[in-house]
Ligand binder design. Structure first.
Ligand code: UD1
Ligand code: MG
Length: 449
């Protein structure tokens, strides 16, 4: 029978139940715990407002606690069937009970939770001590050790599928061995930090994480063995193949493996409660924000994405969902690596008169090097920054800060904070739509898998 019930599908219902519960707890706890956070000096001033009321900072700690707690409570439900089997196991003829328990799956689950805990811990330390970014950079590397070890233990593959045009040179599959582990380490470092540097306006951190999580969920759903299937006629758009989901020909079935279904269920178990806690938090963080996420939330969300991308083996698709973050990171590099001065805050400038945001600027104290000038000129030609140059010799005096927010303001003109965050959401959603087209449409042109 082709439509065999996949054993663990029902656990998805308990996951949904836990997520609803996590949502309610978060929406209640975040404002309730605000005053104790302020008393503990975990507070910040809203840089883009006229008022100076202290806003509770690092509320990502509440989000992380509810999230990780619901993941822990869910474990018995995720493994309900194997547990039941264990309980009913009959002793064999020699009187030994043969235990069949998916220990590797439990290891994957537990190691993922360890990584999430380390990431939240790091984020919280960063909130409290304001760690210099050079020093905190290696910490996600340590946080990913449990992940990588489990990946290694389950003979996780380190081969990459070679794109069709390069096959004559490299063959179909290329084993990149240790480099693959390096890639996964960089992935978790990138995921955690990239959200943190696309931040500073009300709702931005939680909104982008929410859209990424929802995109991952949509992608996961494509791999579940739905009783009815559907087909997207991509050949009409020039793609060599249609995509088929669900039913007898579902992506999961077609690729012939229950493993694929299980991996995407695992991803769902981590993403559903994440969406729940982020939504609950965003309710209070939306403009005008009553709470701030702190680095704790950025690191938690980033690590959650790295975890599912690595453990469920869809890291390339994951990176496609990070397009705005990748753009913001590349744009930021001259400031991150010290070519352009980097002020403590690169958030847009707020004008209390008009209540609008304008691009903020970085000032050169000494004239920029040739390389810096070249990079900034290129950025300026691409319309990403606005430069102020010396009227006589043309040396660059200031540049708008190198962030996606400032670029949006340079391109589209001043707007208020809420608009700018809505624009971020639109950008993130548009990025995800492009990601799906690239992954399931264009990828067919360079990959056959
Ligand atoms: C990162 C950015 C920094 C940006 C900051 C804002 C880089 C290299 N660093 O630094 O440019 O200014 O995030 O989050 O790109 N805040 C608001 N409104 C909000 C959220 C935060 O005003 O909606 C302010 C508050 O004062 C809050 C502070 O930002 O206390 C938090 O900044 P923090 O997370 O410590 O900054 P970094 O992550 O170090
Ligand atoms: Mg931060």
């Amino acid at each position: 029978p082709l439509i065999s019930p996949i054993p663990q599908v029902p656990a998805i219902y308990s996951s949904i139940g836990f997520s609803l519960f996590a949502f309610l707890v978060t929406i209640y706890l975040v404002p309730a715990l605000g005053p104790p956070f302020v008393r503990a000096n975990l507070k910040g001033r809203d840089l883009l407002k006229t008022y100076a009321v202290p806003i509770p900072e690092s509320q990502g700690l509440v989000v992380a606690s509810v999230y990780i707690l619901s993941l822990l409570l869910f474990i018995p439900f995720a493994f309900a069937r194997p547990f039941a089997k264990l309980a009913n196991a009959k002793p064999s003829s020699e009187g030994i009970t043969v235990l069949e328990f998916p220990h590797h799956q439990l290891a994957v689950y537990l190691s993922s939770i360890i990584s999430l805990l380390i990431a939240s811990f790091l984020g919280f330390l960063d909130d409290v001590f304001d760690i210099r970014w050079r020093h905190k950079l290696p910490i996600p590397i340590i946080a990913s050790i449990p992940l990588l070890l489990v990946y290694f233990a389950e003979h996780g593959n380190t081969t990459i599928v070679v794109p069709l045009p390069l096959r004559s040179l490299l063959g179909n599959l290329l084993d990149i061995g240790p480099l693959y582990y390096l890639y996964m380490i960089l992935l978790s470092t990138f995921a955690t930090n990239s959200i943190n540097i696309l931040a500073g306006i009300n709702g931005s951190e939680a909104s982008q994480a929410l859209i990424i999580a929802l995109s991952i969920i949509v992608n996961d759903l494509l791999y579940l063995p739905w009783p009815v299937g559907f087909r997207i006629p991509l050949h009409l758009l020039g793609s060599p193949r249609d995509i088929e989901f669900g039913g007898l020909w579902g992506a999961g079935m077609a690729m012939g493996s229950q493993v694929l279904v299980e991996r995407h269920l695992f991803s769902l178990y981590f993403m559903l409660p994440l969406v729940a806690v982020l939504t609950g938090f965003l309710y209070h963080n939306w403009y005008p924000a009553r709470v701030f996420p702190g680095d704790t939330l950025c690191y938690l969300a980033g690590m959650a994405f790295a975890v599912v991308g690595i453990q469920a083996h869809f890291s390339k698709t994951l990176l496609l969902f990070f397009m705005p973050q990748i753009f913001n990171f590349i744009l930021s590099t001259p400031q991150l690596f010290g070519l352009v001065p980097c002020p403590r805050h690169r958030v847009p400038r707020f004008d209390p008169e008009t209540n609008l945001l304008y691009p903020s600027k970085a000032l050169f104290f000494k004239s920029p090097s040739k390389l810096t000038t070249l990079i900034l000129r290129v950025f300026s030609t691409l319309g990403l920054v606005e430069l102020t140059v010396h009227p006589k010799d043309g040396t660059i005096l200031e540049t708008t800060n190198l962030t996606l927010f400032n670029t949006l303001l340079v391109r589209l003109g001043p707007m208020n904070e809420k608009r700018l965050n809505q624009l971020l959401i639109v950008t993130q959603v548009a990025g995800s739509l492009v990601a799906f087209v690239v992954r399931y449409g264009l990828a067919g042109l360079v990959y056959d898998g």
